[in-house]
Design a protein around this ligand. Sequence first.
Ligand code: NAP
Ligand code: FER
Length: 336
Amino acid sequence: MSDAVNRAWTMASRPEGEPTAENFAIKESTIPEPKHGEILIRTLYLSLDPYMRGRMRGGPSYAATLEIGDVMTGEVVARVEKSESPLFKVGDTVRSSIGWQEWAAIPAHTAKSVNPELGPVSTGVGVLGMPGMTAYFGLLEVLKPRAGDTLVVSAASGAVGAVVGQIGKINGCFVIGVAGSDEKCDYTVNELGFDAAINYKTQDVSAELARLSPNGVDCYFDNVGGPVSDAVFENLALKSRVAICGQISQYNAATPPQGPRNMAALIRTRTTVEGFLVYDFELQHEVARARIADWIKDGRIKYKEDVVDGFQNAPEAFIGLLNGKNFGKLLIKVSE
Ligand code: NAP
Ligand code: FER
């Protein structure tokens, strides 16, 4: 890689169904010079997240969607290489939504500082970043679990799910994870301390939930939708709560999503279903970040990162994320 060239991944075409390599194209440009009030940053880690599939689709969203030729949306952890601002000095680590890009000159006030004392800087877009915040607020502010509640979380070994289950344990819940392989299930139970896990690819999720929690599921943190959610809906407890965090099983659907199919199940149980966005709680993120950092130091929260080396590998890794190939928070390591 030449240091004189900045590379960015753009959306070359809109995917129909599962994205393919042809939907992405590299665009090269010269590395910019920061103007007054700007900083030049170099990406260390690019965060790959499921929401990016939605940006490629177009249609209504809380955020602008991508047009053909636009740089792929994304947040990076980056190092300040040049500074024309008193806000940051060379060598500082920041977070910024510059997209899938190696370098950028940005207004310094738009960068968020990453505190290296809280943990490895990669965690700034992982357990201490957007996914960690999502887990914290979706669980504690949307589901509001009580000690003794049964909490089910789907995509349980992933960036969000792993944190949900562990905060559930800290709050005295009986935690059941649902994940797509035995290895991921074993990890949630043996490493993260979940009470049980169900492999939705090989087990009957509804029957397993009925066996593990005969009094029903009080809280369901839904990351996936589709058949896994159908199975959970069959097992809800009276006055249960469902937080709709994500519906990843539907993101590659070529046709509009079908279902949820068994809404009638919610009548008898008087269930509340609530969607949320991590940004709804933005003003409280710093408090959550500090608490999660403390729990990591105390050994009460563990995290796993799936680090793919090389900027050129971003599209392939992203396609894998939508298929369950990642095991832990997916990151691209872009530079040292
Ligand atoms: P992740 O769990 O680290 O990775 C995605 C995982 O989804 C895959 O590893 C795979 O795990 C699972 N998956 C893929 N296809 C599936 C399918 N058809 N059925 C069931 N599971 C499937 O990703 P994450 O970053 O933590 O995100 C998890 C969810 O949270 C996503 O739906 C995302 O959109 C959502 N989210 C929402 C917000 C918000 O503000 N509302 C913020 C962040 C994330 P398995 O191998 O276990 O299938
Ligand atoms: C996500 C899935 C969906 C996410 C945001 C959305 C921040 C928002 C969707 C919309 O605006 O329609 O993982 O993460």
